[in-house]
Design a protein around this ligand. Sequence first.
Ligand SMILES: Nc1ncnc2c1ncn2[C@@H]1O[C@H](COP(=O)(O)OP(=O)(O)OP(=O)(O)O)[C@@H](O)[C@H]1O
Ligand SMILES: [Mg+2]
Length: 255
Amino acid sequence: MNKILSIDKVSLTYHTKQGEIEALNNITFDVFNGEFVAIIGPSGCGKTSILSIIAGLLKPSKGTVLLNGSPILSPSESIGYMLQKDQLFAWRTVEQNALLPLEIHKSIKDLEKRKNVELLLKKYGLWDFRKSYPNELSGGMRQRVALIRTLAYSPKILRLDEPFSALDYQTRLSVCDDVYGIIKNEKKTAILVTHDISEAIALADRIIVLTKRPSKILNVHLIDTDKTLTPLQRRESMGFSSWFERLWRELNYEK
Ligand SMILES: Nc1ncnc2c1ncn2[C@@H]1O[C@H](COP(=O)(O)OP(=O)(O)OP(=O)(O)O)[C@@H](O)[C@H]1O
Ligand SMILES: [Mg+2]
């Protein structure tokens, strides 16, 4: 597999009026093309900060981040995101929300890109709802629209920052399957940050465990679940609970 992202000896210190907050300490890991990586760690340890650095929204105090071998100097279109809140605009229809990135990039007249968004809406069961407004959709459908909006600009990597944590448990399981299916179908590389150990095991090829702040990498685990199963099926599969116990212990030891 080709290396798509390379994070090398990255440290980050926030400078605030109250003083310096050392968030990340010497973080090194690579992400490979098509891989699904999850990052877990104690609350406030610096998970979102890592995603912001990868997106080029924050500059590390030390270290380098390379996307396909080149430094990330500014926010890049190659890196999409999905957050806890779907951030759909209430006054825009599903279709208008999904087309927003094209408007922002002044490529709304680009027929190929428009067709791509239409295709995604059709493929993922939202075409019949294209004239609906976000408040007429279920939480799961809203997250699907948010993902399609992110895909409108064909990013190479998706950053997922606790994208399911605002959903109730039942919905979370099915949305998780949906979102995973779309990401795999579209052959995207994904980096997921989550508090939820089960979610990380169900989705990820690899899990990076962080220590409490200032965060270092405590461990990296290659998750050997059956990748032909859906995330929901993996939760029921052999080996799942032993992964859970292992990671739970690791994280609780860290608290
Ligand atoms: N803009 C900022 N200015 C100053 N300190 C910040 C800023 N953003 C984050 N921090 C601090 O840096 C540390 C890491 O924050 P970050 O949001 O990356 O952690 P996290 O692991 O995503 O947390 P959570 O689990 O709550 O989502 C925290 O202690 C936070 O208070
Ligand atoms: Mg966070």
